[in-house]
Design a protein around this ligand. Sequence first.
Ligand SMILES: Nc1nc2c(ncn2[C@@H]2O[C@H](COP(=O)(O)OP(=O)(O)OP(=O)(O)O)[C@@H](O)[C@H]2O)c(=O)[nH]1
Length: 515
Amino acid sequence: MTPVETSAREAGDPHDVQGLPPLPASLQARLADCHTLPSLPAAVAKVLMVARRTDASLFEYAAAIEADPALTLRLLALANSVFYARHRGEANSCREAVSRIGLDATLAAVMSFGLSPSGRAEGLDLDAIWQRAIIAALAARHLADRLCPEHAGTLFTIALLQDIGILAAEALDGDAYTALIRATDSHDALCQAERERYGCDHARLGAWLAVSWGVPQHLASGIAESHGELEATSPDMLCLRLSGQIADGWLTQTPGRAFGRLIRRLETRQELSLAAFEEILDELQAQLPSMAELLEITRPPQRDSHELLAEAKRHLFMQTLTLGARLDAHQVELEALRERYAELERSSRLDPLTGLANRAWLEQQLEERFHHSREHGKSLAVVFIDLDHFKQLNDRHGHQLGDRVLANFAASLQKMVREGDLAGRYGGEEFLVILPDERVAGAEAMARRLAERLASHPMAEVDGAPLHVSVSIGIACLGDTDFRNARELIDAADQGMYQAKRNGRGGAQRFTPRA
Ligand SMILES: Nc1nc2c(ncn2[C@@H]2O[C@H](COP(=O)(O)OP(=O)(O)OP(=O)(O)O)[C@@H](O)[C@H]2O)c(=O)[nH]1
């Protein structure tokens, strides 16, 4: 956190945090009218006045605190607590106490005294709020000791005060706000609900309140930014934001799951190893009881860091398994979809009755092959086949038999074409075969073979008697004539076929351009 300059502002709410956008105007107006906002005892305010000066000495801090005996006692208790006393002797004066615990922690202790759980706001669970605050404050300090020691004291104070905005929101809205807390199942969800209701969350509101008390601006802007994403933040911001999330995980009914999620979120941050995280949790557990005692709040639940992280890893493992299983299922689904798509695509090219290429596919293929043959100076033959007297066949034997004949004819045709050729149904009883690299002679040979086959193989049986069909065939060839496009080539083969019909059916006729 970069300390924010405390120069006077020209306009706007004097309690705004410099460097941050102002609070929504309607909220500012309501805050200005609210007479129940939490305030600080005079002694605390005096200490804050000292803290606002960058050149304030230890002596001045001590002097401000000594003016209030209760505050002095609280500070001495803190300096002599397990956390600060370690192997040192007893601190007997306010000055000794301030020197031992440092200016930041002194400020935090003084502030927490001013906002002690014995204060007002009966609708709120102040005990829970302070539990979160002290866990976060200690976590922030220990995280900072590892990641940015120069900010450890400041972060302790900010983390401790990060939720004071809840006090302001409760003062504004009373039961409606406490109902909002009850309706949300996590701190994140509460922030989101606040943003929807007030246009900002309690962190931002807390920063405003802090400035109104005279808390130094850099602490206030820290409070404003204390809630948010862990990714892509500076190390000090990571310590601060993580501190609140550690506190939430610590206090939840399912800490293993919460810490599992936290570890996953931290995966992108290399600075903090799992071993360091476990040490921090150990330190937290060691210090929380005395801190809770000092603030006269209920002790937060006891957590065994080793067990906690083992459970967190179990959750992560289960989550990975579930994700893996889901991924597998998705892959199977994707494969099935791919197959289905390929099948659809394949069937979209086929004629359903005969299983041969349909007209659209024939035309598209001919188009491509036509251009390819032209470009490479190759020949390309098209054979147009029309079954003779098919109407008569239908009329005599019925449509179903007609269908069977078409299907059997298609199967025979398919057997006669070579790899690289394409046979398809062009329409009704019309068929087309594309013969790449083939000249008229090759196409005529194919027509002959087809006629022979039809003569020797009946296409159906009627009352035990074989039913033979004949076809009329038209042939056109790129190479013989200079067709401009595939359409012209088909039309030419069609004309050849009509000529074959006119010649008496059952034969093949090559296209001959009129002179
Ligand atoms: N069973 C059946 N008949 C079809 C199908 N498609 C077209 N036809 C019939 O094929 C017949 C074609 O008749 P025409 O075009 O008059 O030709 P044709 O009777 O074969 O006479 P020519 O071609 O002159 O030898 C029509 O009666 C169509 O109803 C089909 O999918 N199934």
